[in-house]
Design a protein around this ligand. Structure first.
Ligand SMILES: [Zn+2]
Length: 448
């Protein structure tokens, strides 16, 4: 089988949820793919010639964009769901993380990113706070490349047991990010961002320097803020604002306890937000998901899988969990903001696709099925027992679909999954390598 995509591929007769405001939902539509891009979306039959793929049983959506995943942890997935979340910080970040070798980073990142692709996530911001050496960074980037996923590598800091990198840290961000930005420049699928510690973890000189470094390199900044109640006191967003540093190249992760006046500052700056919904619901102590407050100030968030140690990483889960959470509380004054802000299933799908694209700085290139954008597509088998017969395709995707319904996945026009099987990844070997890593870490007394 050739690795090269044919010159022109046409998905024929599909139900297409474009997430493009001009196009909406099309039935019996053709999508023309050429040179990795969406060449055309035809409401009817395209006269283009090329390889035809029968899409008549499919709902096609834009690939999901996960804007914050600690992918290096996937080999120890689902080990911290049933315990106090503080043990995650102690045992995974300050514990296991210090023992991670480059091969552990590779094994976890490959497993996490290939399984993300299988579940329709075509773009992943890999939030890699495992920079114990440059070889750790190289291992993460190699894994993302080998997976074939579109990725933003969020370069973080080294993990140690002593907290000097995370407790009012005076240590500046590792300059290795500069090397990675240089060596990945021009890569069609790989970008670099700075995964910052920010005012909650670093001293003022350091967090200001993080922003300056990212801007010097021309890369985006992602930072966790306000996750737990004790984080709120730092008023991290207000500090960025006061320093004149808040801008649209920043993404704020969680914001659960971030004050509403700070959310307004994010909105005014055109910055973006990432909600790690399933983890936020599972981790006791994080508190409210601030969706009503975000909507009240005009922010439409992106979604993320966060850490698979305590939640599911797939985007179907994030969408469903967010919709259910919001609907269960709306009108109940859950966050103290009067009046419900309407939330539709289409909104939630937009968060998982187009809003994610904007939050990783690729809104011009991915996130909707629009001619000229990359052909990052997820084809969902609408005839499967759990979702047929389809009435409203958006409702089908958000309420009913899961990874098992994902028949085919394209990244930049290249087929990564077909007939429900990953084409360029040996699942058995990937899981074996992850198990070896998990066992090695367990032998050191870390993991559960
Ligand atoms: Zn996180």
């Amino acid at each position: 089988m050739s690795d090269q995509a044919p010159a022109t591929t046409i998905i024929r007769g599909a139900t297409v949820v474009t997430m493009d405001a001009q196009r909406g939902v099309l039935r019996g539509a053709d999508i023309v793919i050429r040179d990795g891009l969406i060449a055309d979306v035809v409401d009817g039959t395209s006269s283009e010639e090329g390889e035809s793929i029968d899409g008549t049983e499919w709902i096609v959506i834009p690939g999901f964009v996960d804007t914050h995943r600690h992918t290096w942890q996937s080999a120890i997935r689902h080990t911290y769901g049933d315990v106090d979340p503080l043990s995650y910080f102690r045992e995974v970040l300050a514990g296991a993380g210090t023992h991670y070798l480059p091969q552990d980073v590779y094994a976890g990142t490959l497993l996490g990113s290939v399984s993300a692709l299988s579940a329709g996530t075509t773009t992943l911001l890999d939030w890699a706070h495992i920079q114990n050496s440059p070889a750790h960074a190289d291992a993460g980037i190699d894994a993302l490349r080998d997976a074939g996923i579109r990725a933003v590598y969020g370069h973080g800091w080294p993990l140690t047991s002593t907290g000097e990198w995370t407790n009012d840290s005076a240590l500046r961000h590792p300059r290795d990010v500069e090397r990675l930005t240089r060596t990945t420049a021009g890569s069609p699928l790989l970008h670099v961002a700075l995964a910052a510690r920010g005012p909650e973890m670093a001293s003022a000189d350091v967090w200001r320097d993080e922003v300056a470094l990212a801007r010097e390199l021309g890369i985006r900044i992602s930072v966790h803020v306000g996750a737990y109640r004790h984080n709120a006191a730092a008023r991290a967003v207000a500090q960025y604002h006061r320093a004149g540093l808040l801008a649209d190249d920043m993404t704020f992760v969680h914001c659960s306890n971030t004050s509403t006046d700070e959310l307004s500052m994010i909105a005014d700056a055109g910055a973006t937000v990432s909600l790690g919904v399933h983890c936020e619901l599972n981790a006791m102590g994080i508190g409210d998901i601030p969706l009503d407050r975000l909507l009240s100030v005009g922010i439409r968030p992106s979604l993320s899988g966060d850490t698979e140690t305590k939640c599911s990483g797939d985007m179907f889960t994030q969408m469903r969990a967010l919709f259910g959470y919001y609907r269960s509380w709306v009108g109940g004054g859950h966050s103290g903001v009067p009046g419900p802000h309407e939330l539709t299933l289409h909104d939630v799908l937009e968060f998982a696709t187009l809003r994610g694209a904007h939050a990783v700085g690729l809104g011009h290139h991915i996130g909707s099925i629009t001619p000229g954008k990359a052909a990052d597509l997820v084809c969902i088998r609408a005839t499967d027992l759990n979702i047929a017969p389809v009435s409203d395709p958006v409702a089908t995707v958000v309420l009913g679909a899961h990874e098992g319904n994902v028949d085919t996945v394209f990244v930049a026009g290249r087929r990564m999954k077909s007939g429900g099987r990953m084409l360029h990844a040996d699942a058995g070997r990937i899981v074996d390598a992850a198990r070896t890593s998990q066992n090695r870490l367990a032998s050191l007394g870390v993991g559960r």
